[in-house]
Structure formats: C-alpha cells, structure tokens
Design a protein around this ligand. Sequence first.
Ligand SMILES: [Zn+2]
Length: 96
Amino acid sequence: MSPGEYARLLAIVCPPESVCWLCRGTLGPIRHDLGGRHRLGPSLDHVVPASKGGTWDLSNLRPAHQCCNSARRDRPPSIPRGVRSSRWANAGRRGT
Ligand SMILES: [Zn+2]
C-alpha cells in the first residue's frame, strides 16, 4: 500500500462530508482540513481487519476518524450503550 494508493482510496471511500462509521459522527465530522495525522483526520478503516484476512477492496473499507480507527484496532465496531442499532445514524445529533 503506497501513500499514493492510500490517498486514492481515501478520496473514494472518505470524501469531504463523510461521517465516521465507528462513532457515527459523535465526535464530529471527519476533518480533512487537519490532515491524516490529526485525531479527527481522515483514515480508512477495514470492516474485516487486515490481520484477519481483510483486503483493501473498496467493499471492505469505511471512512473513520484517526482516533476511532486506532481505538478500534481489531475489535468489531462498538455499539453505543442504550442506543438501538436503527438509531445510530441520529445518535449524537443536536436537537433530536
Ligand atoms: Zn469517529
């Protein structure tokens, strides 16, 4: 995985306005303006971790914050306590 290839995939999987699939936007939008090394910067997360045979295929990649990606490691995505799966999309939004 070269930096150029990573950037190409990132542009496809994690375009501007993308919502982090791990925190569902609870931490705010993915900040492309802060760069990929910032904790809220963009990263590519593997649905099936690479260590468990996951590939870099687009179907196995999701947009995520750097901090959410590194916190997850190889665990499955956490479900916010008390929030049913169908309500994930609205979790953390103001005024709802
Ligand atoms: Zn996140």
